[in-house]
Design a protein around this ligand. Sequence first.
Ligand SMILES: [Zn+2]
Length: 106
Amino acid sequence: MTDVKVVAAAGTRCGTCAETLYLTAQVPQPRSSRTRTVGLCPQCDAGRPETQGLLAYFAEHQRVRPEDLHQVHELVGRWLEALTERADRDGSLAADVEAWWAARAG
Ligand SMILES: [Zn+2]
């Protein structure tokens, strides 16, 4: 798990359901030097066990509070782990990156 970048979605819409995304992440492509961007959608990702904690957090908080950074970091890690596992099967996701995670958290 290296070179993954997570950013606040900053109003980016889900390509599937047009819901506003909570986060986007740039994930390295397997067997490639390119990355792909995936979004955390409150609608489309609602049924996934690995996103439950993150979705609940962002449903309650507009942004990550400094005291929650560690908790959110863990939740994001779980989401990304599942994403990279799915990456082999699903190669069609794309979204614009609008703000770096660090900028949102700071
Ligand atoms: Zn969606």
